[in-house]
Design a protein around this ligand. Sequence first.
Ligand code: BTN
Length: 236
Amino acid sequence: VPIEVHQQIDSTNTEAKKQAMNGAPHGTVILAEEQTAGRGRLGRTFYSPKGTGIYMSMILRPNLHLSQSIHVTTSVAVAICQVIERLTNQKPQIKWVNDIYLNQQKICGILTEAVTDFESGNVEYLILGIGLNVHTKHFPVELQAIAGSLNPEVVTRNQICAHLLNEIFPLCEDFSHPFLLDEYKSRSNVLGKWITFMQNQQRYEALAEDIDAQGGLKVRLKSGEQMTLNSGEISI
Ligand code: BTN
């Protein structure tokens, strides 16, 4: 597969999107040492200083309907946790939907962007972006409370990256494999906790009770009413 490494780029997801539009094949990987405009979910930026993290995007052309694309991020989140655990003996957790935490700090985010056929809802291509802080030391003030880094003692970024690709490639050949629900749940740091979230400009408090087979978060409001969240952001 084509693997491109850039010294500096605005965003590997943006570059991957451009290349996908021009027909780049399934499996193309774009990596960068540094991103000047790294993007996160919900329009946020992803802090990507030079040489300290893994900033990577993959172009995927899976045979998927848009409604199934949540499986991509959830199974990739599990795979990332497994690689980290195997290589560093540390046990990361997943904050729904797909942030990876270690010691209560976010060390990794996943940004999946899908382009679908308007009529059928089938995915034409999907950009899977992963940002993992490996040796990131100094975060901007606004991130200091939540962001962290892996800080492995012996493994290198290259090794982590190689293992990630080895795990993620086979997953992406076929996302129809049963979603790794039990493993995803066992790594969740939200189940059983009180969370808050916003919906229709209202703030809700709820107990996170379960994650369903579609990756939805089932919560119980204080009123006793149950709700399933399918996307968005929660706070623990
Ligand atoms: C998030 O935490 O909201 C998702 C962060 C995703 C960051 C990665 S870094 C590589 C790829 N390129 C980007 O611009 N974003 C993703």
